[in-house]
Write a protein that binds this ligand. Structure first.
Ligand code: MN
Ligand code: MN
Length: 319
């Protein structure tokens, strides 16, 4: 039974699932950060994108498709809303006319949130947002390990001469000492490069780079055993770019690459993070306008729910 002392998703028999104000999973949306263990945060921002824009609508689209998700995880038996105080606290007020100012605003917002000793589940937004979030995470926790799912390594030095864009956050994060490079894994990387050694910078830092071909046609449970060994032993951040998945299951994104991960493999990766000392997670690069079916946002909403289910402190029913 639900613990009514904690925020609970509104049930489909109390208000139809297509009714009510659209928070993530129909949570109350009224809890102060000081009273939360986990804050769900929208970051509507896409002026760091290189190709199709539209991820600014990710938080809204994902919240809309999250209305069908029920509280208990029938596969892992996780009971997140009985275990932790979790609520949707709304969006960061990004500046749509100024990338640099938006980055400062996001960092300040997360610094304030983390002062309450909570964990953040972030709904992007393009991948640029990972940099200010990691700055706040490192300010609180020191350098963190990272599980990074993506078609791209996002370690460019510059894009069009700019040092902050959606393809550069993890280069900056290493330079700024936000990541422990020996505890970083990138999964799903693929596609075409500007140079044959494009993925080598990551490997030279100590990252484990798992190109997608290593994942094709197989369960990722064995890989995740290795990943937990690699990134464990300290605080870990999970950054999940929806374009890590194949465009056939996640077409609603700005820089799609063929031959990607499956939806089931995405579940295996996130569920495989159970046991890690996660301090936060994000799901980025959903641009709902490129998927009229809503399935990309639906998938993203469920992956965010699965991330909540693997946070430390979430209990699993044994019987
Ligand atoms: Mn990315
Ligand atoms: Mn990507």
């Amino acid at each position: 039974m639900s613990d009514v002392s904690k925020p609970q998703p509104l049930g489909g028999n109390e208000m139809p699932r297509f009714g009510g104000i659209t928070t993530f999973m129909r949570l109350p949306g009224t809890t102060a950060p000081a009273d939360l263990d986990v804050a769900v945060v929208g970051v509507p921002f896409d002026i760091g994108t290189s190709n199709r824009p539209g991820a600014r609508f990710g938080p809204r689209g994902i919240r809309s498709e999250s209305v069908l998700i029920r509280p208990y995880n029938m596969a892992t038996r996780a009971a997140p809303f009985d275990s932790l105080a979790i609520d949707d606290i709304g969006d960061v007020a990004t500046n749509p006319y100024n990338l640099a100012d938006s980055i400062l605003r996001i960092e300040a917002h997360y610094n304030e949130l983390l002062s309450h000793d909570l964990k953040t589940i972030s709904i992007g937004g393009d991948h640029t947002i990972a940099l200010p979030i990691l700055r706040a995470m490192a300010a609180k926790h020191g350098p963190v390990g990272m599980v990074h799912v993506d078609a791209h390594t996002d370690i460019n030095d510059t894009m069009f001469g700019e040092r902050i864009a959606h393809g550069t956050p993890f280069r900056r994060a290493v330079e700024e000492g936000l990541l422990d490079p020996q505890r970083v894994v990138q999964i799903g990387v693929r596609g075409t490069g500007y140079a044959a050694d494009d993925f080598d910078w990551s490997r030279d830092q100590g990252f484990r780079v798992v190109q997608v071909e290593e994942c094709w046609h197989r369960s990722l449970e064995p890989l995740m055993n290795e990943v937990r060994q690699k990134v464990g032993g300290g605080k870990v951040y999970l950054s999940f770019d929806i374009d890590g998945l194949d465009p056939s299951v996640a077409p609603g994104t700005g820089t799609p690459e063929i031959g990607g991960l499956t939806g089931v493999q995405a579940l295996e990766i996130i569920r495989g993070c159970y046991g890690l000392d996660l301090v936060g997670a994000d799901l980025v690069e959903v641009a709902p306008a490129y998927d009229a079916s809503g399935n990309t946002s639906l998938l993203a909403a469920n992956l965010l729910y699965e991330m909540i289910c693997v946070l430390p402190g979430v209990e699993r029913r044994l019987v």
